[in-house]
Design a protein. Structure first.
Length: 291
């Protein structure tokens, strides 16, 4: 059985850890509220814009370079993770998906060196570095300044590379925010613009282009793509804070359970020590009386 000093030190350590996890939970909850408000306001606009864009692209009336489909020789995966840990399985779901794709659907591209990566968030870079995979990390710190303007710069770089033919297909892997306790892993096609899969629904639309079709192609479509990336980052940001809040809440509860066990152990150890001392005193008294 551990001595009293060891148990007391462990209790002090667990109490300190519990205070930290409780504080981190409160900070994550405060950040989650702001992040949740941002994605809640952005999502309906982004989804409606994407639907219109897919229908227009699928109608065959547009001749936009971002909607151009060509044989897929090079694929770019944009991995969106957090900069910090302590958020449960938030980051590992993304890295597991990457591993699954490299061993399955995109195995031939990975083996031929035609599977490329761009990281947004340090944890994705850490994973790729550990596995000795090359990646582009020039926009790794986007979460330090998560604005539409900063995201637009990253989106424009990706769009330019696609237009030049550096990549034939671009996908985003990120966590979609559902609620504080639930995040849904998404693999979403970014380029070329995905066409609507609903042929009947698409044929029901008769679009009138205002002010002009050229304006739609040159202004609205690029803006829509930038909005799509921004929405993915807002989703991931809210998911991160939700995952961290949940993880820290569980950690706080676990620390509480551990404290109960440690205090019980401390009391039993202390009681055993007192009992031993009483027995020793009694034995000593009896020995003196016998003399």
């Amino acid at each position: 059985m551990a001595n009293l000093k060891e148990v007391k030190n462990r209790i002090t350590s667990v109490v300190s850890t519990q205070q930290i996890t409780k504080a981190m939970k409160m900070v994550a909850a405060a950040k989650l509220k702001r992040a949740q408000d941002r994605i809640t306001m952005m999502r309906p606009y982004s989804q409606k814009l994407s639907t219109i864009l897919q229908n227009v692209s699928g109608s065959g009336e547009m001749n936009n370079p971002y909607a151009k489909e060509r044989p897929v020789n090079n694929i770019l995966l944009i991995l969106v993770t957090s900069d910090k840990g302590l958020c449960g399985a938030f980051n590992s779901t993304v890295t597991r998906k990457v591993k699954s794709l490299m061993e399955g659907e995109y195995k031939s591209y990975a083996e031929s060196g035609n599977l490329h990566f761009m990281t947004i968030g340090k944890k994705a870079s850490d994973y790729l570095k550990r596995n000795k995979l090359s990646y582009n990390d020039q926009y790794i710190n986007l979460f330090n300044n998560l604005t539409f303007e900063a995201t637009s710069e990253a989106a424009q770089f990706i769009m330019d590379e696609f237009e030049k033919g550096t990549y034939d297909k671009v996908e985003i892997i990120y966590n979609e925010f559902k609620n504080a306790a639930t995040q849904i892993l998404n693999k979403e096609q970014f380029l070329p613009i995905a066409k609507s899969s609903d042929e009947e629904s698409r044929s029901d639309y008769d679009y009138t282009y205002e002010p002009s079709r050229d304006y739609i192609e040159n202004e609205l479509i690029p803006t829509s793509l930038k909005t799509q990336l921004f929405k993915a980052l807002l989703d991931s940001n809210a998911s991160e804070h939700g995952a961290r809040m949940t993880a820290m809440d569980k950690a706080t509860d676990n620390a509480g359970e551990l404290l109960k066990e440690l205090r019980l152990t401390y009391n039993r150890t202390r009681q055993a020590a007192i009992t031993t001392e009483i027995l020793e005193i009694t034995a000593g008294a009896e020995a003196l009386a016998a003399e």
